[in-house]
Design a protein around this ligand. Structure first.
Ligand code: NAD
Length: 494
């Protein structure tokens, strides 16, 4: 099957007619399809279309755009199973998880439907008599959206829906590892009533399509989710043209388990956090910090369960963990296993590719646990993005918090304890954008702010009401009804 770009309301090939092939990571012999390998000229056309469509889209009453988002949510609901299967085939995670991913898109669309009728500004007292001061939120213009592959429906929806609801038009570049889901999303947006030119889809490489978005003068805001390395490049390029840029980057998330915790609950949490999505989540649990008293007991429980995780094609409902996304990622994970061993950490389970039966055709890797990891080891500091968990032993809660904070990232964090005082004090001291108490590091809800501190981003928050700050400008308005010149901040005699 050959797929197309969507520019100015028309589906078409890249101007160069070049394509790339996307394959199923669970079975590299299976082709998902051929997609346009676009270039700068395609991005230029998309930007022109978005610019032309802007005045009409921006002028619609916000509740009208909200109705379209509601319709989009309804269509996602109707096609939930179809989309989940598309996702699983193209990026590998198991159906249960891809269904959740689509649900996040649905929830985001319905949230926007409500938000459309409560898009608050402020009214603020004036320092002068007979003067009204208030603020409005206005669209920025054309938004460039660049997304990763690990949440192929949720992350594009996190960006497309608020960008469009706010009145922006969009040029959307999805990952080359998840082009089919994004094509379906754009089809459903158009079916929901988003006019041609308002949303434009350009497939292709980051270094060409992505770079063309960053440098295009008509793009006013870039919203990016991906790795720290790419994020740095994006911030630099957007700095040159003074574009607003929101960056949601990597993580090295830790789960603390104190000795008074419900250990069975903490065990379920870490299994889900570390091996869900094959560890390829920005919020994946990649460090487990155990208080000394329960270290041996908990580690034994954990290894026993990790060895039983069912690995295989995510389309098989019995499976718990699918493949890694690509050969490159598989090689990276293997490399980190060697690094861990050479650093002196103890390989407690896994550590090798999984090639049972049909799995030999894909990029499968066993759930891997390193014990006796020290916070200064590379496997405790660098984002691996695979099913590799580093277990760190600590004496007490103070050492646990020092360990969890000893990271250049600060996305998600978790602490398990039955002592509410300890939990709340830890919450104050943990340096992360998200903290779960008695829950794993994953499980964000679309109606709350999402993002991290330190190298995880540049201070913006997606999700909830805060994502609308990314896609809008504030206009401050003063209305003087005194009938005379009043001078603010100038001392006058009463
Ligand atoms: P990536 O940085 O390799 O690619 C992300 C996107 O950027 C892709 O669409 C890619 O084509 C594009 N890109 C690459 N180079 C570019 C350039 N020079 N200019 C413009 N665009 C360019 O990341 P990935 O491998 O797709 O995703 C995995 C990473 O994403 C991990 O680090 C993960 O932690 C992070 N992530 C973060 C969040 C979050 O919300 N914080 C969520 C999911 C994933």
């Amino acid at each position: 099957m050959v797929y197309k770009n969507y520019i100015s309301g028309r589906w078409g090939s890249a101007l160069s007619e070049e394509t790339f092939v996307k394959r199923n990571p669970a079975n590299k012999e299976e082709r998902i399809g051929e997609f346009p390998l676009s270039g700068t000229r395609d991005v230029n056309l998309a930007c022109q279309a978005a610019k032309e469509a802007l005045p009409k889209w921006r002028a619609l009453p916000m509740p009208t755009r909200g109705e379209i988002m509601k319709q989009f949510g309804d269509l996602l609901t109707e096609h939930k199973e179809e989309l989940a299967r598309i996702e699983t085939r193209e990026m590998g995670k198991v159906l249960n998880e891809t269904r959740g991913d689509v649900q996040e898109g649905i929830d985001t669309a319905y949230y926007a439907f409500g938000e459309a009728r409560r898009f608050f500004g402020h009214t603020v007292p004036s320092e002068l008599p007979d003067k009204l001061c208030l603020t409005f939120r206005r669209p920025i213009g054309v938004a460039g959206l660049i997304t990763p592959w690990n949440f192929p429906v949720a992350i594009p929806c996190w960006k497309l829906v608020p960008a469009l609801l706010s009145g922006n038009t969009v040029v959307f570049k999805p990952s080359r590892e998840a082009p089919h889901s994004s094509t379906r999303i754009v089809e459903l947006l158009t079916e929901a009533g988003v006019p041609g030119g308002v949303v434009n889809l350009v497939h292709g490489a980051g270094t060409t399509v992505g770079e063309a978005i960053l440098s295009h003068p008509d793009i006013g805001v870039v919203s990016f989710t991906g790795s720290v390395e790419t994020g740095r490049r994006i911030a630099e390029a957007c700095g040159k043209t003074l574009k607003r840029v929101s960056l949601e980057l990597g993580g090295k998330n830790g789960q603390i388990v104190l000795s008074d915790a419900n250990l069975d609950l903490a065990l379920e949490g870490v299994l889900w956090g570390a091996f869900g999505t094959t560890g390829q989540r920005c919020t994946a649990t990649s460090r487990l910090i155990l208080e000394e008293k329960i270290y041996d007991e908990f580690l034994t429980m954990l290894i026993a369960r990790a060895e039983k995780v069912k690995i295989g094609n995510g389309l098989n409902e019995d499976m718990e963990m699918g493949p890694l996304i690509s050969e490159k990622q598989l090689e990276k994970v293997k490399k980190y296993v060697e690094i861990g061993k050479s650093e002196g950490a103890k390989l407690a389970c896994g550590g090798e590719v999984y090639t049972e039966g049909e799995c030999a055709k894909g990029y499968f890797f066993k759930p891997t646990i390193f014990a006796e990891v020290k916070p200064d080891m590379r496997i405790a500091r660098e984002e691996i993005f695979g099913p590799v968990l580093s277990v760190i032993r600590v004496r007490d809660v103070d050492e646990a918090i020092r360990a969890i904070n000893d990271s250049s990232y600060g996305l998600s964090s978790s602490i398990y304890t039955r002592d509410i005082n300890k939990a709340l004090k830890a919450r104050q001291r943990i340096e992360a954008g998200i903290t779960y108490i008695n829950g794993p590091t994953i499980g964000a809800e679309c109606n709350l702010p999402f993002g991290g501190v330190k190298n995880t981003g540049n201070g913006h928050r997606e999700g909830g009401w805060t994502v609308y700050e990314i896609f809008t400008e504030i206009q401050t308005v003063y209305i003087d009804y005194s009938g005379k010149l009043q001078k603010a901040q100038i001392d006058t005699e009463q």
